[in-house]
Design a protein around this ligand. Structure first.
Ligand SMILES: Cc1cc2nc3c(=O)[nH]c(=O)nc-3n(C[C@H](O)[C@H](O)[C@H](O)COP(=O)(O)OP(=O)(O)OC[C@H]3O[C@@H](n4cnc5c(N)ncnc54)[C@H](O)[C@@H]3O)c2cc1C
Length: 430
C-alpha cells in the first residue's frame, strides 16, 4: 500500500493500466502543469496492459491507414452519440498514432488490407518501451490494486475518494484531486476488465448502456457431422451480408457452436441488433462472389457424365470439403435436383444465428457510459474531476485498428481534460 495523500502536489488517480489509462497518464505527465501533479496509475492485475498484450498475439493491428474522414465513420453507439469519440480520433488520427508509436522506437507497416501493424507484430516491445517512458516521467504504477468503489467530490469535500482492495485483501481509500477511469469493457475478464464498474456508476445515477459482446462470434445449430469434421475450418474468399447491407468479402470460421472470424466480427453489431429484434438473424453467404449466378448455373449445367454430384461440384465450382459440407447442411435436399435453385443457393446461402457468443469471449464490448453524461473532455458532467476513457465509453467499432485508436485517443482527451481541470485549481479558481 502507498500513501498518495501525503504529497504536496495535486493527486491524480488513473485507474486501469490498459491502452486508454496509459495514454491518459502519458498525456498528463507531458502536460504543461505536470510538475504540480503526482500521477498514480492503478491496476487490479499483477502487471499493466494484459489485454493489449493479448491483442498482439495474433498481430497487433494498431490503427488503419484509410483517410481520417472514412476512419471516423467506423464508430457507432446504440444511442447514436459518438461525436466525442470521432473528435478524439480526429485529434489523434492514424497518422498521429503512427508517429507516436515511432517515437517509442517501434516501426510500423501497412498490410494489404490497409491495416497498420508494428513490424514485429507484437505488443510486448511497444508496451515495454511505453512503461519505461512513463516511469521516467514519474508515473507511479500500483499493480494488484483493485478499485471497488468511487465517491465523487461534493460541496463539503473537494477530494474524490477511491476505495481500493490490495492483493492482501485489505481495503483502503485514496483521496484524489482528479481521476480517470479507464477500466475497459467486460470481455476476457481474466485479463482484468470485468465490467464491475457498471453497478457503482449506476448507483451514482449515471446512464450506462448495457454492455454487450462486439466483434464476437455467434451461435447457430450445426449437425454433429459439421461439428466433428469441420469445426475450426475457414470458409475463405466468400461474401456475406445481413439485411439490406451490401455484402462484404473475406472469410469466417466454422466453430463447434456456430461461426466466428473476420466477416462475422465485421457484421456483429448488425447481427446483434437483428437477434435482439427477432430472436435470430439471417446471414447470407455468397460462396462464389467472383461469379454471377448465371455463371454458376452454367458451370452446374455442364454434363456430369458418370461423376458423383460431389465430384461434379468440386470440378465445376471447386466446392468441396467444408464448402460443400455447409452447402449440403444449409440447402434443402431438393435444391440438388434443380440446378437453377442450387445456383441461387450457392450465391445466397442462409445461416440462421440464434445469439452472440458470451461477452467474455468477445474482442470488444459495445455499450458503456453514455456519451451524453460526459463533457468535451470526457469528464462526467455531474461529477467534476472524474473522467473516463477507452472501452468503458458507449461506442463500438469493427476490428481493423479502430478499437485501439479510439482507446488511445480518448485516453489522450481525458489526460488533457485533467490538466485543464486542475489548472483552474492551481490558479485558485476552484
Ligand atoms: C483477442 C483480442 C484481440 C484484439 N486485437 C486488437 C487489435 O489487433 N487491434 C485493436 O485495435 N484492438 C484489439 N483488441 C481490442 C483492444 O485490446 C481493446 O479495445 C483495448 O485493450 C481496450 O483498452 P482499454 O484501455 O479501454 O481497456 P483494457 O485494455 O481492457 O484495460 C483496462 C484495464 O483496467 C484494469 N481494471 C479493470 N477493472 C479494474 C478495477 N476495478 N480496478 C483496477 N483496475 C481495473 C484491467 O486490469 C485492465 O488492465 C483485441 C482484443 C482482444 C480480446
Amino acid at each position: 500500500m502507498h500513501n498518495a495523500g501525503m504529497s504536496s502536489k495535486l493527486i491524480v488517480a488513473i485507474v486501469g493500466a490498459g491502452p486508454s489509462g496509459l495514454m491518459a497518464a502519458e498525456t498528463l505527465a507531458n502536460s504543461p502543469n505536470s510538475k504540480n501533479f503526482d500521477i498514480h496509475l492503478y491496476d487490479a492485475m499483477p502487471s499493466a496492459g494484459r489485454k493489449f498484450l493479448l491483442a498482439g498475439r495474433g498481430g497487433l493491428n494498431i490503427t488503419h491507414s484509410e483517410p481520417t474522414e472514412k476512419f471516423v465513420k467506423r464508430y457507432s453507439a446504440e444511442f447514436g452519440e459518438v461525436t466525442a469519440i470521432q473528435e478524439a480520433v480526429r485529434a489523434f488520427d492514424p497518422q498521429s498514432l503512427i508517429q507516436w508509436v515511432t517515437g517509442l522506437g517501434i516501426t510500423t507497416f501497412v498490410g494489404s488490407s490497409g491495416r497498420v501493424f508494428p513490424h514485429e507484430m507484437k505488443a510486448a516491445p511497444l508496451l515495454r518501451a511505453w512503461l519505461a517512458r512513463l516511469k521516467n516521467c514519474g508515473v507511479k504504477l500500483h499493480s494488484r490494486t483493485r478499485l471497488i468503489n468511487i465517491v465523487p467530490a461534493s460541496k463539503n469535500k473537494s477530494a474524490i475518494e477511491l476505495l481500493f482492495e490490495g492483493s492482501d485483501r485489505l481495503r483502503y481509500t485514496i483521496s484524489a484531486d482528479a481521476c480517470v477511469l479507464a477500466l475497459g469493457g467486460a470481455s476476457w475478464a481474466k485479463l482484468g476488465s470485468d465490467g464491475a464498474w457498471v453497478s457503482w456508476l449506476e448507483n451514482l445515477g449515471l446512464k450506462i448502456s448495457p454492455l454487450e459482446p462486439a466483434n464476437c462470434g455467434f451461435n447457430c445449430v450445426w449437425s454433429d457431422f459439421i461439428k466433428s469434421k469441420y469445426a475450426g475450418s475457414a470458409i475463405k474468399n466468400c461474401a456475406v451480408s445481413v439485411g439490406e447491407l451490401p455484402a462484404i468479402r473475406g472469410e469466417f470460421v466454422i466453430t463447434e457452436s456456430g461461426i466466428e472470424g473476420q466477416l462475422v466480427y465485421a457484421l456483429s453489431s448488425q447481427l446483434r441488433a437483428e437477434v435482439k429484434a427477432h430472436d435470430s438473424a439471417n446471414l447470407y453467404i455468397d460462396l462464389k462472389p467472383d461469379k454471377t449466378q448465371a455463371q454458376v448455373l452454367e458451370r452446374l449445367c455442364t454434363p456430369r457424365g458418370s461423376r458423383s454430384f460431389a465430384k461434379h461440384l468440386q470440378s465445376t465450382l471447386n466446392l468441396s470439403g467444408q464448402y460443400a459440407a455447409i452447402l449440403r447442411e444449409l440447402a434443402p435436399a431438393s435444391d440438388f435436383a434443380a440446378m437453377q435453385t442450387l445456383a441461387s443457393r450457392i450465391k445466397r446461402l442462409k445461416i440462421k444465428v440464434t445469439s452472440p457468443r458470451p461477452i467474455d469471449e468477445a474482442i470488444s464490448t459495445a455499450g458503456g457510459i453514455r456519451l451524453t453524461e460526459m463533457n468535451d473532455y470526457l469528464m462526467f458532467q455531474q461529477f467534476p474531476g472524474i473522467f473516463a476513457a477507452g472501452e468503458m465509453l458507449d461506442w463500438e467499432a469493427p476490428t481493423g485498428g479502430y478499437l485501439l485508436n479510439a482507446c488511445l485517443a480518448t485516453g489522450r482527451v481525458a489526460g488533457k481534460g485533467v490538466n485543464n481541470f486542475l489548472e483552474f485549481r492551481l490558479n485558485g479558481q476552484v
